[in-house]
Ligand binder design. Sequence first.
Ligand code: AHR
Length: 503
Amino acid sequence: MLSASVTIDPAFVVGPVRPRTFGSFVEHLGRSVYTGLHDPGHPTADADGFRGDVVELTRELGVSTVRYPGGNFVSGYRWEDGIGPVEQRPRRLDLAWHSTDPNLVGVDEFMRWCARAGVEPMMAVNLGTRGVQEALDLLEYCNVPGGTEWSDLRRANGAQDPYRITMWCLGNEMDGPWQIGHKTAYEYGRLAAETARAMRMVDPDLELVVCGSSGSQIPTFGEWEHTVLTEAYEHVDHISAHAYYWEEDGDLASFLASAVDMDHFVDSVAATADAVRAAGKHTKRIHVSFDEWNVWYQKRAESRPPSGDDWPVAPVLLEDRYNVADAVVVGNLLISLLRHTDRVHAASLAQLVNVIAPIMTEPGGRSWRQTTFHPFALTARHAAGDVLRLAVDAPVQETAKFGPVPVLDAVATHDAETGSVVILAVNRSLTDDVALDVDLRGFPGLRVVEALTLSNPDHTWSATADDATSVLPRPNTTAKVSDDRAHVDLPPVSWSMIRLERI
Ligand code: AHR
């Protein structure tokens, strides 16, 4: 048994818990939209063909925002294809995923789904094959009350009131050579600045996200952010960050330490943004929108798009089955995002349904929760108030990728109104339990009201439609408080949530 200690103090506030940290992402990719969200023959489908069971699971997951419609898909998308009578909409080649999009779902259907699921939309515009004018047209369609061609068309299509979408992504991963319409940082920075400037002429209250890097390993990381922000700083509010992690060559220790990379990613982007701020004598700060993050086994066959003459509708793509270790990493990445709540103002778990997703569906049939569903749902439900900076003292574990890494990682939130404290913690040790001791002197009189741990002696266990419940977060009966010190034993490869309230 290893020992670790943590000190929590109400004065060490990083910033508020932001609802937008718990965003997700729906792309026209694989079975994310078609047979995921949208499945007209399903017994729970509504008039638009949206599955009620998926809406319910989305609500249970605690999702705040949903980014749409891509992803790589958006860089070739013509949004006008997805409006008006469904039977008149064109079928189009989707070059990003070598698929055919029947355009049965477009912006109006998506906005009705958002209303039903109780989520805020985060709309992306195509800056791959398109530019300023098409972005303005979409904005006019969505946000202008009426009296113009596009806004009147929206009204004719059934939406009397404007959608008033606040969050807009200026393209997607434009740094990536795989992106349709890939650009240099300067080319993209100029286009993003001009698109943002024009969009603000329509609606000055938008929150605009400029594309940052698609990963911290990409060769242009850092330089890309610097150049893009030098061009676009005054016109945007957030810069995006994307990161996917997976266990490679059986190196579980490095995989479990993935949050080390996320910490470094956010710190580096914030530092770069601040450098541009200083050099440009800007006063406002740019925040990070971590709008794609997850575990994704990119090298597996199911991540390879079809090829040749085969352009299927809604193929099975990127349908990763997540195990217990994957869920621990997802929980740890959320800890990292919360720890950076002063700079990360939005985030999107990529994605929501079927495609690298916490929610899985069978066409016309069952839906179920993957292992990764649980740490996300519990964090979204319980983290409240302010995020606190912790003093952590823990033994280290050697990793091939990151060197020595503390076995324990944790964050805490404090809700000053209710007095409750929530501790989120992972034990990244492959072999040892960790006895965690928490100094709560700053919060006299707390007691444990709920302690849940997700773990399994077999960390490779994955949920299926037939068995999604064998490994659920279970009550951790070792959690207790005495003399303003909390104690809990954390099994190896585990994620835990401990909620404390005043007696
Ligand atoms: O989420 C899957 C893909 O990952 C997205 O389409 C793209 O933006 C990223 O590379």
